[in-house]
Structure formats: C-alpha cells, structure tokens
Design a protein around this ligand. Structure first.
Ligand code: PGA
Length: 248
C-alpha cells in the first residue's frame, strides 16, 4: 500500500465564511475516504489561522519566504506558518514563477527552509506551451526540477503542472503525464510522491489516477467545491484498490 495525496490549491479565493468548506471537506473525507489518502487544503494565508484548527485535514500554505525573519515586507516565514498548524507548503507554482519572478534557485532554498522546520514542500514544475510544442517538455521540466530540488535530504513532494493545462480546462494526456512522471521518478527517487496538476476534474481523475507514477493530484479550480474535490479524491482511493488487486 502506498500513500496517495489530494491537495487543493485555493489560490486567491476564499473569505472567512469559506472555512465552512474546509469543515465540509474534513467531514466528507472522514465519511467516504480510505486512510491511505492524505487530504491537504491550501487556502489563502488569511484563512490559515482558522483552517489550522480544523481536524482531519492537513493544511498547506501557498508560498513562504526563503528567509527566517527580518525586513521582508509582505512575506510570511516558515515559522509563522508552522505556528498556525500548517504542515505542507506549495512552492514554485507557475503563477508565482511568472508573476513574481520566482526562480528555481529560490524555490530550492524555500524547500530547504521548509524541510529544516519539519514541513513538507510541494515543489511545482511545468513547461509552457512553446516547450511542449517544440517537443522539449521532458528536458525543460527535468532541468527545472533539478534546479528546484532541496540540497538537504528531507522529504518533499514534486508536482508536475504543465503551464498550458492550468486553469485551461485541458489536462495533459495520459501519455504526456506518464512519460513525464517516469522521468521525474528517475530524478526524485522511489520515495518522493509525484503529483499531477492542471485541469484535474472528476471526469478525468479516474484515468489519470491509474498512471503508474502518479501518486496524487494538485487541484486548483475544482478544489473550491468540497463535493467535487472529494469526488476526485475518491478516484485516487479507487485506483489504489485496483493497484492492490492487480498485485495479488
Ligand atoms: P487547475 O489549477 O486545477 O485550476 O488547473 C491547478 C493549479 O494551479 O495548481
């Protein structure tokens, strides 16, 4: 049995009233999901204090500072996240790489800071459409991953999120994900959970969950609705049961 992961990235969505959705996710997950699935919700930073008090669902940040403390206006440090009960943190998301100039070397540094505080980094990598069209996606993504990985040995999760698939309604194909995840498995080793993200929804989650080196999903838009999110999660459970049946 291997651990699988469903991680919701709420991005800049959610006000205090939406904490109710995390409570609903926790209840639905308790009622319907198997325990070999880790459920993580990454709400905006303003909701982390309330979210950290909700049981049975892990809470993640959407970014963190690579520095411990000091004159970094607007930044949130890893110890600030930790104090709120946060255990995971997304870093290197393509929206931050594009809009905030986040470079792979900074991502690697953030990963190290998170690991040394005992939090799990969720390191995001993915190619733009031009790279996919040039047939250079695997080279592009493995290079980005190599530069974004921590120096320390601690555990991390690696999420493949093609930029063109995020929020577009068009997920990468089974073949594209399969080839990329095999390459990332070679790079990151057998213990690193590999996630796919980019337009995952209940309609495609079943087929994507069956891909050999897919250990879970990073879900944006579809994570904002608790029932939709749990429907996707249930398909990861189902894929794991199928995997177990096939191996006996
Ligand atoms: P999406 O976003 O599921 O809305 O495509 C995924 C992500 O950006 O993590």
């Amino acid at each position: 049995m291997r651990m699988r992961y469903i991680i919701g990235n709420w991005k800049m969505n959610g006000l205090a009233a939406d904490l109710e959705k995390i409570i609903q996710i926790s209840k639905l997950s308790n009622r319907t999901l198997q325990p070999d699935l880790t459920v993580v919700v990454c709400p905006p930073a303003t909701l982390l204090p309330g979210a950290g008090e909700i049981h049975d669902v892990s809470i993640g940040g959407q970014d963190c500072s690579p520095y411990e403390k000091g004159a970094y206006t607007g930044e949130i440090s890893v110890s600030m996240l930790k104090e709120l009960g946060v255990t995971y943190c997304i870093i290197g998301h393509s929206e931050r790489r594009a809009a905030h100039g986040e470079k792979s070397s900074i991502v690697a540094r953030k990963a190290d800071v998170l690991i040394s505080a005992g939090l799990f980094p969720i390191i995001c990598v993915g190619e733009p459409a031009e790279s996919r069209n040039r047939d250079d996606a695997i080279g592009f993504v493995t290079r980005m991953a190599r530069e974004s990985l921590p120096q320390s040995d601690g555990p991390f999760l690696l999420a493949y999120e093609p930029v063109w698939a995020i929020g577009s309604g068009r997920a990468a194909s089974v073949g594209e994900i399969s080839a990329m995840h095999d390459a990332l498995r070679n790079l990151a080793g057998p213990q690193t959970p590999l996630l796919y993200g980019g337009s995952v929804k209940p309609e495609n989650a079943g087929a994507l969950a069956e891909i050999r080196n897919v250990d879970g999903f990073l879900v944006g838009g579809a994570s904002l609705d608790p029932e939709t999110f749990i429907k996707i999660a249930a398909q990861l459970n189902e894929a794991e049961r199928n995997c177990e049946r096939a191996s006996v």
